[in-house]
Write a protein that binds this ligand. Structure first.
Ligand SMILES: [Zn+2]
Length: 113
């Protein structure tokens, strides 16, 4: 499962941070999921719960911001929200559209003590 390996990667980064910063527990993990990452936030949250069990992040709240999907028109350069999935550019009617966004998952911040 995609989300499970992502959660394992995040935990590895958190553990590496812990080794460097010497905190004992993580309270909040804030993540940003790229618009093109295909991440299911709920599945990722569940995966985080399972991989963090018994670690410094066991009690951590996981907050996931989903990056908005933006569609750009290749002909006129207009941008529009991609969630509704327009089939044609709202300005010029071109169907040569590009969905832009990051495909990654980033840790935005950690609240620790
Ligand atoms: Zn256009």
């Amino acid at each position: 499962m995609h989300e499970l390996s992502l959660a394992e990667n995040i935990l590895e980064i958190v553990e590496a941070e812990r080794a460097g910063r010497r905190f004992s527990r993580v309270h909040v993990i804030r993540l940003r999921a790229g618009a093109l990452s295909g991440i299911d936030p709920e599945a990722l949250r569940l995966a985080m719960e399972s991989v963090c069990e018994g670690t410094c992040a066991a009690e951590a709240a996981v907050e996931i911001d989903a990056e908005p999907r933006i569609v750009t028109c290749r002909r006129c350069g207009a941008t529009m929200p991609g969630d509704v999935g327009p089939a044609a550019c709202a300005s010029c009617g071109s169907i040569d559209l590009e969905l832009a966004g990051s495909s990654g998952l980033d840790i935005v911040s950690l609240e620790v003590d």
